[in-house]
Design a protein around this ligand. Structure first.
Ligand SMILES: N[C@@H](CCC(=O)N[C@@H](CS)C(=O)NCC(=O)O)C(=O)O
Length: 235
């Protein structure tokens, strides 16, 4: 049985980490049995981040490599009928979300004081109360350094918001009138695109990126469609 080590659910979402949500969405869409293990400390993972999975004696970290492993072992039920161009476009969307939009959202979640207060109250709720401020401070300092290294931390908040909003415009335009990014039914790409759209729309963080996503009726309808299809138990 596959064990998915991921952050605890919150905000009524499958996961506050889009990478964890991507993997669990894939497992459900591909009908692969799994169980969830709550991960409180990402340092426990082989790459120091969540998610990772264990399958018997094997441990596989990183959402991309987890999906590669699942496809190797369980086949590619979400990949049939796509041509090379569609696969390339899907990959570009995934990379935009994971390597660009993600950092804009992290910047706004962690570096705007009122949003950071929500992070502290929710993501760190499971920590022993006396240690919570210290652990939160250490995590925030690490994230600030990560954001500087990646580059998003060097932009003003307004610039980060603008970069994020540009990505949302891409998502809304590419989705158009289609029910899913994969077309008539959800494909692998939807595991990522939905995880990012949902993580902007649902959590109570204040950011203009969220307002931009909420102002796209097709993205809102897409989120509701995916939620009803993949996580009806969380409705
Ligand atoms: N490339 C990784 C990214 C995973 C990732 O960035 N996870 C974040 C949560 S969204 C994390 O564990 N961060 C903890 C840290 O950096 O200390 C994947 O696809 O799984």
């Amino acid at each position: 049985m596959i064990r998915l080590h991921q952050f605890p659910r919150c905000f009524g979402l499958p996961n506050p980490s889009p990478f964890c949500m991507k993997v669990e969405t894939y497992l459900r869409l591909a009908s692969i049995p799994y169980e969830v293990v709550d991960l409180h400390n990402p340092r426990k993972g082989p790459k120091g981040k969540g998610p990772f999975i264990t399958d018997g004696a094997r441990t596989i970290p990183d959402s991309h490599f987890i999906l590669l492993y699942l496809k190797e072992v369980h086949g590619t039920p979400l990949g049939h009928g796509l041509d090379a161009r569609e696969r390339a476009l899907h990959r570009a969307l995934v990379r935009m979300c994971e390597e660009h939009l993600y950092f804009a959202a992290v910047r706004l979640r962690w570096m705007v004081p009122e949003n950071a207060a929500i992070v502290r109250a929710t993501f760190f709720a499971g920590m022993p109360a006396p240690l919570r401020p210290l652990i939160f401070l250490a995590a925030r300092t690490k994230i600030r350094l990560d954001l500087m290294g990646q580059g998003m931390g060097r932009h003003t908040l307004a610039e980060a918001e603008q970069l994020g909003r540009e990505d949302i415009e891409v998502l809304s335009t590419v989705l158009g009138d289609a029910p899913f990014f994969g077309g008539e039914s959800p494909r692998e790409v939807d595991c990522t695109t939905w995880a990012f759209v949902a993580n902007l729309l649902v959590p109570p963080f204040r950011m203009r990126m969220k307002d931009a996503a909420a102002a796209c009726p097709n993205l809102v309808a897409y989120h509701n469609r995916m939620m009803a299809r993949v996580f009806p138990d969380l409705k």
